[in-house]
Write a protein that binds this ligand. Structure first.
Ligand code: ZN
Length: 133
């Protein structure tokens, strides 16, 4: 079962301008910046109640975030749902006919194990599954 929306991922071109923008918008400060080399992104996190906002900036032109921004511009990139057991959720989701991007959970930002459901099988939305380590 997916238990809550953990965070919303937003693709941005430049964290130096996006962080102060979201600090002003949310009225709170960014609590963590972290680079995830396997995903080719630098992330910046904000807390908004129980839900987090994750800004994502590409670390290079070969990053999926760079390709996303090239095609669609800045904006909402994914919605992440939390689960207590990512392995059993991956099996459940495959059985339900969805396609996962990775065959095994990957190391994500903010101390999470993550995977993604392919947007083509999820109504055009890139859905992230995440579990706290
Ligand atoms: Zn995410």
């Amino acid at each position: 079962m997916l238990t809550q929306i953990d965070h919303i991922g937003i693709a941005v071109k430049n964290l130096d301008t996006a962080i102060p923008l979201y600090e002003k918008l949310l009225g709170c400060v960014c609590y963590k910046k972290e680079t995830v080399p396997t995903e080719g992104v630098t992330t910046a996190f904000f807390k908004c109640g129980e839900t987090k906002i994750e800004l994502l900036a590409a670390t290079g032109s070969d990053s999926a975030i760079a390709r996303f921004i090239e095609k669609r511009g800045e904006g909402i990139h994914h919605i992440a749902f939390r689960t207590d057991n990512i392995n059993s959720e991956m099996l459940r989701i495959i059985k339900e006919g969805f396609k996962l991007i990775h065959s095994e959970p990957m190391e994500g930002a903010d101390n999470m194990m993550i995977n993604f459901i392919h947007p083509k099988s999820a109504g055009g939305v890139l859905v992230e599954l995440c579990m706290e380590k």
